[in-house]
Design a protein around this ligand. Structure first.
Ligand SMILES: Cc1cc2nc3c(=O)[nH]c(=O)nc-3n(C[C@H](O)[C@H](O)[C@H](O)COP(=O)(O)OP(=O)(O)OC[C@H]3O[C@@H](n4cnc5c(N)ncnc54)[C@H](O)[C@@H]3O)c2cc1C
Length: 468
């Protein structure tokens, strides 16, 4: 007789493992199918965690190399030990994946180690990593299979010279010439890592701007700052071919609108043109689960697919492909299965780019408000006028708050500056609570801190900043 569960979650990433834990907390009998050798999904194994570990280490190397002298800290003979840096990153990943495994044991969640296929609306067949198959029954199935990289036609990823983000996290030498195809957050973060360690970084982007979807003013500032670092941008340009020869890769570039070709030689090329929902070999067609126009799993507001017992969350459904969005959906789907009525405010999901400085945003951009015909007021405050930013020697960037012109309700907050990713939490809370700019302006902020710039930007909405 197959084992019978209340819920079987397919995929052990931040969406899936959080759904499994919350469902277990709510008293359900839960199993999670994960094909990787470690839990945690893309995020913990080859995404958020290893990239942030390398960003942290490479930032320390860059600081030791040239940023500390201005503080009166002189270091001579700074040298890179990439092997140790990579080993540290692997250790951090291991601590996190083992952490998820511990949480599974604590919550009595069964980890079915292998690849899951939905054989029927109440049946999951697992091709076990150790060999053989196991079939389990479930009252509800949650698809949390995440996403995979988008490939470019004619450009074969070998994970050595032409790499995806996964290969870019594992390089054993610093490339002299590192070319990134795609100016999204993954390309800019990996470009930052290898640039800080000594690579010349060229980013080739089809569009005429970087970081599509980000507030355009912030994106322009980020581009300008990155150009002062190790970055060269070739915008409005497409890569039409990549040929590996000898120790390098020769890329053929063309203007996006067509025109004369040029060649660009690289030691390593990172293809970072986006990610796609991953539903391969899940058996969705046979069981009749409908997909949306982006080949993601189609769900309603309660994460239900068109098949009554099957739900989906995270990168495999529509919405921003972010770990915290997947986690919140994991909690929500488990609570829905338990008969509760959770709600996610998709307008209050922050997004962060961990470059130096960081960029973080929540809510609407100016472009989105204009397109929607919403009248808004802008409050801005630069970090050059913030005392703590001066103390820290990190004065680049600004805070920008967009508030409804009539009601003063905060509609969007955009921060470019040191610690922006940490500071955006205050703004997300403000949006979640439906705060006005005045609410933020009248909230006492500790001095001297970087978040005082948020308060000043809120004051600036009503044109009454104090410190500028
Ligand atoms: C380089 C990089 C950096 C990133 N940095 C950030 C960041 O800083 N912040 C952030 O919020 N997001 C970041 N992301 C995105 C983040 O990793 C994803 O949004 C998040 O992992 C999505 O979670 P998920 O649970 O939906 O899917 P995933 O994490 O992709 O997990 C899905 C899991 O399902 C498994 N699986 C798939 N099919 C099957 C099957 N049939 N049977 C069994 N198992 C299966 C996969 O092996 C995978 O482990 C980054 C991504 C990358 C690539």
């Amino acid at each position: 007789m197959p084992e019978i569960y209340d819920v079987v979650v397919i995929g052990g990433g931040p969406g899936g493992y959080v759904a499994a834990i919350r469902a277990a907390q709510l008293g359900m009998k839960v199993a999670c199918v994960e094909s990787r050798a470690a839990l945690g999904g893309t995020c913990v194994n080859v995404g958020c965690i290893p990239s942030k570990a390398l960003l942290q280490s490479s930032e320390k190397f860059a600081e030791a190399g040239h940023a500390l002298a201005a503080h009166g800290v002189k270091i001579e003979g700074v040298a890179l030990d990439l092997k140790t840096m990579q080993a540290r990153k692997d250790k951090v990943v291991g601590e996190n994946t083992r952490g998820v495994e511990f949480l599974f044991k604590k919550n009595k969640i069964g980890w079915l180690k292998g690849t899951g296929r939905i054989a029927a609306p109440d049946t999951v067949e697992v091709t076990l990593a150790a060999g053989g198959t196991e079939t389990v029954k479930a009252k509800s199935i949650v698809i949390a299979t995440g996403s995979d990289i988008v490939r470019l036609p004619g450009i074969e990823i070998d994970e050595k010279r032409i790499v995806s983000s996964t290969g870019a996290l594992m390089l054993t030498d610093v490339p002299k010439r590192f070319v990134v195809i795609g100016a999204g957050y993954i390309g800019l973060e990996m470009g930052s890592v290898w640039g800080r360690l000594g690579a010349e970084v060229t980013v080739v982007e089809f569009l005429d701007r970087i970081t599509p979807g980000m507030d355009a003013e912030v994106a322009r500032n980020l581009q300008r700052i990155l150009q002062k670092q190790c970055f060269t941008f070739k915008l409005g340009t497409k890569v039409t071919a990549a040929k590996s020869a000898g120790k390098g890769v020769t890329l053929t570039l063309e203007p996006a609108a067509g025109g004369a070709k040029e060649e660009l030689v690289a030691d390593v090329v990172l293809v970072a043109v986006g990610r796609r929902p991953y539903t391969d070999k899940l058996g969705l067609e046979a069981v009749g689960v409908a997909l949306d126009d982006k080949k993601g799993v189609k769900v309603d507001g309660q994460f239900r697919t068109n098949v009554a017992s099957i739900y989906a969350i995270g990168d495999v459904i529509a919405g921003p492909m972010l770990a915290h969005k997947a986690e919140d959906e994991g909690v929500a789907v488990a609570e829905i299965l338990a008969g509760q009525k959770p709600h996610i405010d998709y307008d209050a999901i922050p997004a962060v780019i961990y470059t130096a400085p960081e960029v973080a945003s929540v809510g609407k951009t100016e472009e989105e408000l204009k397109a929607a015909g919403v009248a808004y007021a802008v409050g801005k405050f630069p970090f050059t006028a913030n005392g703590r930013a001066r103390c820290n020697g990190e004065t680049e960037g600004f805070v920008k708050i967009l508030a409804d012109a009539k009601t003063d309700r905060v509609l969007g907050v955009h921060i470019i500056g040191a610690e922006a990713g940490t500071m955006i939490a205050e703004a997300a809370l403000a949006l979640e609570f439906g705060a006005s700019a005045e609410d933020i302006a009248r909230t006492c902020h500790a001095h001297p801190t970087l978040p005082e710039a948020i308060k000043e930007a809120a004051l600036a909405v009503a044109k009454r900043s104090i410190h500028i």
